[in-house]
Design a protein around this ligand. Structure first.
Ligand SMILES: Nc1ncnc2c1ncn2[C@@H]1O[C@H](COP(=O)(O)OP(=O)(O)OP(=O)(O)O)[C@@H](O)[C@H]1O
Length: 269
């Protein structure tokens, strides 16, 4: 990992202006991401995580401040940045192979090379047997792997992901997270991940950015001591427990997974 920042967010503030009120979603955010780093962003619901990710990806303009890739300010979607969106983002009418080829097709890559590169990524995410299948024939976890392959096939230096495993159960999301870590190590991609899962952030990240409640400000940045490569055993280490505990206390035990459809027991006073 090099020390040179690949992506920097400098003094970013974002205020949404509505008909009736203004909402300051983010205030004075500074983030620095080095090449090869796996960075997670956590914080209570509505604190501006998605807004920050969209600004980092050049999909949304900050009200003030800037985002730079290798010191160059970006002012819109950037070829070095790939995006994996929340939950389902595969095209249901395309096969796995066609889904993964899509980004290359958009870039005008010729068919033979497109096929080769798509097959390479499909193999990396373990779906070679399913390249002719349609998304509805796959499990949720498999569809997310397709979405990840579709982004990685274009070889972005930076991959930003907004809760890509949010629809999956905790165990599947952790396993897929480990697979993702393995894949990005091989493709040498840098990752910024928004997640509601404390365990996912603690397990996968080199650095965890903890945002405060709205307006989102950086509460703290945790630098992980967990060595790579990581696997299921990492979940049982005291270091993992310590990061998880720290995150819980920083987030004051807030329920981060409110988007989950699971019903929670109602507690009376
Ligand atoms: N397009 C928009 N127009 C106006 N307000 C917005 C817009 N998008 C987001 N907001 C507001 O900005 C704040 C931050 O939203 P954002 O979706 O970035 O938070 P989040 O941390 O990703 O939330 P969650 O964890 O609940 O997904 C919220 O109060 C939200 O209502």
């Amino acid at each position: 990992m090099s020390a040179e920042p690949l992506l920097t967010v400098e003094k970013v503030t974002k205020t949404y202006t509505g008909k009736e009120a203004e909402v300051t979603a983010l205030k004075d955010i500074d983030v620095s991401v080095s090449k090869g780093e796996f960075v997670s962003v956590v914080g209570p619901s509505g604190c501006g995580k998605t807004t920050l990710l969209e600004i980092m990806a050049g999909l949304r303009e900050p009200t003030s401040g800037s985002v730079k890739v290798r010191g160059q300010e970006i002012r819109g979607p950037h070829p070095s940045i790939g995006i994996v969106f929340q939950e389902e983002s595969t095209f249901p009418w395309r096969t796995v192979l066609e889904n993964v080829e899509f980004g290359l097709q958009m870039r005008g890559v010729e068919k033979k090379e497109r096929r080769e590169r798509a097959r390479e990524l499909i193999s990396l995410v373990g779906l070679s047997e399913f390249e002719g299948a349609y998304p509805h024939q796959l499990s949720g976890g498999m569809r997310q792997r397709v979405a990840i392959a579709r982004t990685l096939v274009t070889r972005p230096e930076i991959v930003v992901m907004d809760e890509p495993f949010g629809a999956l159960d905790e165990q599947t999301r952790l396993i897929l997270g480990l697979e993702l870590l393995n894949i990005v190590e091989r493709t040498e991609a840098t990752v910024v991940l928004v997640t509601h899962s404390i365990q996912e952030a603690a397990l996968l990240s080199d650095k965890i950015i903890v945002l405060s409640a709205r307006p989102g400000q950086i509460k703290t940045v945790i630098h992980s001591t967990l060595p790579r490569p990581k696997d299921e055993v990492t979940l049982t280490t005291p270091e993992f427990a310590s990061i998880t505990q720290r995150l819980w206390s920083l987030l004051e035990g807030r329920d981060l997974s409110w988007r989950s459809s699971r019903k929670r027991p109602f507690r009376s006073k």
